[in-house]
Design a protein around this ligand. Structure first.
Ligand code: SF4
Ligand code: SF4
Length: 105
């Protein structure tokens, strides 16, 4: 996956800067992720921007650096995160699979 991204800037541009991943999450007994209303102390909840963006890994050891290698292994990113597979790609693949199986249009 990493060879599809020429540089960090291209990779970073996928982030929608929604700030959703910067809220605390809980995992229930079935492994489902529940997003809480509690934001990271460094998130500006109005602009949804990180207040310490340039130094976030230095200041907050819990902040996770998202990389092309790491993202596929994470199960807690919201499904509409810019780093996750695009829903239309998934839909197209799903309908192709249905066609192969002789179901659907
Ligand atoms: S430190 Fe990390 S988790 Fe906290 S607001 Fe910044 S980017 Fe989000
Ligand atoms: S959830 Fe995804 S798109 Fe939104 S801020 Fe976090 S990394 Fe960026």
């Amino acid at each position: 996956m990493s060879d599809t991204f020429d540089d960090d800037q291209q990779w970073d541009s996928l982030c929608k800067q929604c700030g959703r991943c910067c809220f605390e999450k809980l995992e229930d007994s079935r492994g489902r992720i529940i997003y809480t209303q509690t934001a990271c102390r460094y998130l500006d909840v109005i602009t949804r921007r990180c207040k310490i963006f340039e130094r976030r890994f230095e200041i907050n050891p819990h902040c996770v650096k998202l990389t092309p290698e790491l993202v596929p292994q994470l199960h807690w990113l919201p499904p509409d995160c810019g780093y996750c597979p695009k829903p239309e790609k998934f839909t197209r693949k799903a309908s192709r699979d249905r066609r192969k199986r002789g179901r659907g249009k």
